[in-house]
Design a protein around this ligand. Structure first.
Ligand SMILES: [Zn+2]
Length: 483
């Protein structure tokens, strides 16, 4: 039984409900891809299904719009497919059990995929109609956005004719996103500098915890502490008592894009100085706790003596702490165009020691490609200075704010006419697919919008019906505008 058939606009919610009945988590896209191809074939629309899984459907301008600049309507076909623990739902094969509750649509025990199924539904509703005026359209539905934007990365831009890009993958009505960060992951590794620890050493385990952490893109500007960086400082303070100490083991963090919440180091210090060593570290932590009293009020540090320890590495503690202290962290530059926007930053996400090596893993972000590359280079130089090596992976392009943007001007004008107030124009310090489009064609002019959604990527995900209706009406007005 159809659950959304009484909702307006009917076509949008009809296509949306179709999509919820086709399992379409990332890498499980055969069904949705075929649905899109069948849609295009049955309406005799030109389409391209490329070899990275994207589907592009084209529709010529309606009468009178032949000379209006064409538009790319873009969203992604995959969703983050999650279900409640114990629900027994197989997200690979099960259709979603959608429900309406007041103004919200959800799916029982699963994510809904409003991100980004609603973009696909709006685009199909427009393509399906014969009474909506619009310029030439490229509807670009990308594959596997949620797992690293592989579809956008592999997109052949020669399959796309138009240059004005309307990305519908944001979650706040009334906010236009007009810039995003690019980034990369950088692993910095140094090796052990001795084979054995001499006699007369005491083993200490040091733990920094109680930090608040957060997402390294959206929350790096809050100035919160990073446990790995604090650990470097605290160990360094101990080394001032006696620098003849060693790092045996180091851990911290699980993801490069999360600000590190806690870190544990196992160290060997000369037994005669172990008391003073511990006190110096505790004192340093007290100073740190004062510095971060506002942003991280719960920082704690504790030292315990161990009878023995696993020696994963044997690195001079002074060298290891100097290395951690020299590696940069946090906000590097703020935007000059958009107030309050972090332009370039990096986060130390993971610390590890294994097989004689210590590794610090960073997520680097910038909306300016050259600043991202410069920061990667700086990490390389520092690591090389300590005799270590680097590995750079997952490089993706940013979307630099354009001071001139005819699409943005037109969209602001249409928004003011329809809503009676100005939209918020923002850039984000996180990734969006638009960066890949611009990397492939610098003359692409983009704006990202979307209807209100809550708790995306979780089983509490909800999509607002009224916001979807207004956003769709707004998109139609943008298409009808001849500027
Ligand atoms: Zn999305």
């Amino acid at each position: 039984m159809r659950k959304l058939s009484s909702l307006e606009p009917q076509k949008v919610f009809g296509f949306f409900e179709d999509i919820t009945q086709i399992p379409h988590g990332s890498y499980n896209l055969d069904g949705i891809k075929q649905y899109l191809i069948d849609f295009a074939v049955s309406r005799k629309l030109e389409y391209v299904a490329d070899d990275v899984g994207n589907v592009i459907i084209k529709k010529p301008a309606t009468s009178g719009y032949e000379n209006v600049p064409g538009i790319i309507i873009q969203g992604h076909m995959d969703m983050v497919a999650v279900c409640d623990e114990g629900s027994g739902i197989d997200m690979k094969t099960s259709p979603l059990d959608v429900f309406v509750e007041g103004d919200l649509i959800g799916a029982r025990h699963t994510s809904l995929g409003g991100d980004d199924g609603i973009a696909v539904a709006m685009a199909l509703a427009i393509l399906d109609s014969d009474d909506i005026p619009h310029p030439s359209l490229d509807v670009v539905i990308t594959a596997n956005e949620e797992t690293g934007m592989e579809g956008a990365y592999g997109l052949d831009i020669s399959n796309v004719n138009n240059r004005r890009l309307l990305n519908i993958d944001s979650e706040d009505e009334g906010i236009f996103t007009v810039g995003c960060a690019g980034g990369a992951r950088v692993k910095c590794t140094i090796s052990s500098d001795t084979d054995s620890i001499p006699d007369g050493f005491t083993i200490l385990e040091c733990k920094v915890s109680g930090l608040l952490g957060g997402h390294s893109g959206t929350m790096i500007g809050l100035g919160r502490a990073n446990a790995g960086k604090l650990m470097g400082r605290i160990l360094g303070a101990g080394c001032k008592v006696n620098s003849n100490a060693f790092l045996l083991k180091l851990t911290g963090g699980t993801a490069d894009n999360a600000i590190m919440l806690e870190s544990i180091a196992t160290i060997a210090v000369p037994s005669a100085d172990s008391g003073a060593f511990g006190s110096a570290m505790m004192d340093e932590c007290k100073i740190i706790a004062k510095e971060y009293a506002d942003t991280d009020p719960g920082i704690t540090f504790c030292v315990t003596t161990l009878d023995n320890a696993v020696n994963e590495v044997k690195i001079s503690l002074k060298r290891a702490s100097d290395f951690l202290n020299e590696l940069p962290f946090g906000v590097i530059a703020m935007s000059k165009d958009i107030e309050g926007l972090v332009q370039t930053s990096l986060n130390l996400g993971i610390l590890k020691s294994e097989s004689g090596e210590m590794t610090a893993e960073f997520s680097v972000r910038s909306s300016i490609g050259s600043e991202r590359d410069e920061l990667i280079e700086r990490l390389k130089k520092i690591t090389e200075g300590f005799g270590g090596t680097n590995k750079v992976t997952g490089v993706y392009p940013g979307w630099e704010y354009k001071t001139e943007s005819p699409l943005r001007d037109k969209m602001i004008k249409v928004f003011k006419d329809m809503y009676g107030y100005e939209p918020k124009v923002e850039a984000i310090h996180a990734g969006l697919e638009c960066g890949f489009f611009m990397d492939k064609a610098s003359d692409i002019d983009a704006v990202s919008i979307g209807p209100d959604m809550q708790d995306i990527h979780t089983t509490s995900e909800r999509l607002s019906i009224s916001s979807t209706a207004r956003t769709y009406e707004y998109v139609l007005k943008v298409l009808a505008d001849k500027d």
